[in-house]
Design a protein around this ligand. Sequence first.
Ligand SMILES: [Zn+2]
Length: 266
Amino acid sequence: MDFSEDQIHRYARHIILPEIGGLGQARLLDSRVLVVGAGGLGSPVILYLAAAGIGTIGVIDDDVVELSNLQRQVLHATDRIGMAKVESAQAAVAAINPDVRVVPIKARLDRDNARAIIADFQVVADGSDNFATRFLVNDACRLEARTLVSAAILRFDGQLSTFRPGGPCYRCIYREAPPEGQIPTCSQAGVLGAIAGTMGALQATEVVKELLGIGESMAGRLLIYDALGVAFRNVRVKRDLGCPLCGDHPSITDLSGHGSTAHVCG
Ligand SMILES: [Zn+2]
């Protein structure tokens, strides 16, 4: 371990934890995490991963910062309206931690680029807000054997799970995307801004746990958060032997079944 004086001070509260220590912190500094969407969930995920000293954070998003984002997307700022979200993310991270390199990917994740982008990282945090992207990320992660920590928010509710190679995948819970328009989007149904913080902080926690291999993984479990009832519920998730992606007779072996583009936002 070759920490500078500044790094020893910066990460002291991590290093003192027996589960992390100097070795764990060094591992975080060597880690590569991809965050899909620099929006409501991506904001706290990116902020906490940057503060934690995750050495390389890939951020994929093709949007620019808009005024209506700022109610929940705490990564961005009023004076960065109109700036590409990936550039805004880069500015925010640079202000927090010079140890962290952001790889800005100003693009839409699509069937042609998803596998190559995802293969370049160890763990993927999905904070996209549409089903097309969620399924694409799930399928690409499985095909590239990458761990996916997935979260979603709507109105006053949140969900979180981890999908590891060999375990159940997103399609084991939701076989395929619902028809367009059946499930309202955040812009149609609304979302309490702080829910993004709650779920995004949980997501960042699970990413760090997966990178370090500590604690109990969320793999095989789905966490459901009801903010109005102040209730957290854990539901068991099993691998579906009939899953078209990870079941016994998979019919999905590449990304050709996906649309050519999926919009990443949130
Ligand atoms: Zn599956």
